[in-house]
Design a protein around this ligand. Structure first.
Ligand code: SAM
Length: 294
């Protein structure tokens, strides 16, 4: 790396894409700190936000803003710096830049201008959450934020429905319930996990079927903090953590029989399909509960 104090040691200048913490300030790698100290300029999503991190690590490198609304115009400044032989770093407010964060146009512009872009890996809510989800990790889709409009969101979910991969969503806490309701209606009651406030004081990992998570979230006065949602495939049924309890099945049967005239065979079909259970067992349980007169 070309340092401020050693600009004459001829080395190709780089744009470093540096991951920063997603909550816990200690989640900075040694290399990330050294890089931010040694580059000539830091392009940050929000200079005030990044200044807290920089002062924590006593980093005094000059900072310019580089966000959604000025990214295009920042490309020239960054490419100019690189052309003069200086290294530049790109950071976002939290986690890995470009992952539901600005930076894509800068990276593309810098590559197009013929310069190297080097990642300095670190925190990312999607990967941190996935690694503790207990959902399959061999194949996953990062879906980020879906559209805020329900009709568009539902068609985005329809397109994702057929995948066998674990799906990762980002969502603001006040829209999380609506997102889960939509996933439930489009994809059925899949195994899932909500990761809230990863690496922070009130971090929480809520695992279960979507219906269980929904019920649990709805029972709260409010949902606070940053949330990521991980949804498993419908075929991931061998996972006891997410399997529906027999008491829950009983509850479903009783509620359905009490609230409608549904035939036992039809109810058995719908429950067995939804929860991937043997239809004959569900049917027998329905008859059993019926014979006990509920
Ligand atoms: N670049 C970031 C990353 O690498 O994860 C993501 C930035 S995006 C603007 C912010 C969203 O990421 C939040 O709304 C939330 O969905 C997720 N997120 C970020 N930090 C989180 C945390 N500590 N716990 C849970 N989710 C988090």
């Amino acid at each position: 790396m070309q340092t401020k104090s050693a600009q004459n040691q001829k080395k190709e200048p780089y744009l470093y894409v540096v991951a920063t913490p997603i909550g816990n300030l200690e989640d900075m790698t040694f290399r990330a700190i050294r890089t931010l100290k040694e580059v000539s300029l830091i392009a940050a999503e929000d200079t005030r936000h990044t200044s807290k991190l920089l002062s924590y690590y006593q980093i005094t490198t000059p900072v310019i803003s580089c966000h959604e609304h000025n990214e295009e115009s920042r490309i020239n400044i960054i490419v100019d710096k690189l052309s003069q032989g200086f290294d530049v770093a790109l950071v976002s407010d939290a986690g890995t830049p470009l992952i539901s964060d600005p930076g894509y146009r800068v990276v593309k512009g810098v590559v197009e201008a013929g310069f190297q872009v080097i990642p300095i890996p670190g925190a990312c809510a999607a990967i941190a959450g996935l690694s503790v989800s207990a959902l399959p990790t061999d194949s996953f889709i990062f879906s980020g934020f879906l559209n805020k409009k329900q009709a568009r969101r539902k068609s985005e979910l329809e397109a994702l429905k057929i995948t066998k991969s674990t799906i990762i969503f980002y969502e603001s806490p006040h829209r999380l319930v609506a997102l889960i309701e939509d996933i439930l209606s489009v994809m059925g009651d899949r195994p899932a996990m909500v990761a809230r406030e990863i690496t922070k004081y009130y971090e929480e990992y809520l695992r279960g079927r979507l219906s269980y998570i929904l019920e649990s979230l709805k029972s709260r006065v409010s949902i606070k903090g940053e949330c990521a949602l991980f949804v498993g495939s419908h075929s991931d049924t061998n996972n006891e953590i997410f399997s529906i309890e027999s008491s829950d099945i009983d509850h479903l049967i009783i509620t359905a029989l009490e609230s409608s005239e549904i035939k036992p065979s039809k109810l058995a079909k719908s429950i067995s399909q939804k929860y991937n259970l043997p239809r004959s067992e569900v049917y027998e349980r329905i008859l059993d509960l019926q014979s006990k007169n509920l």
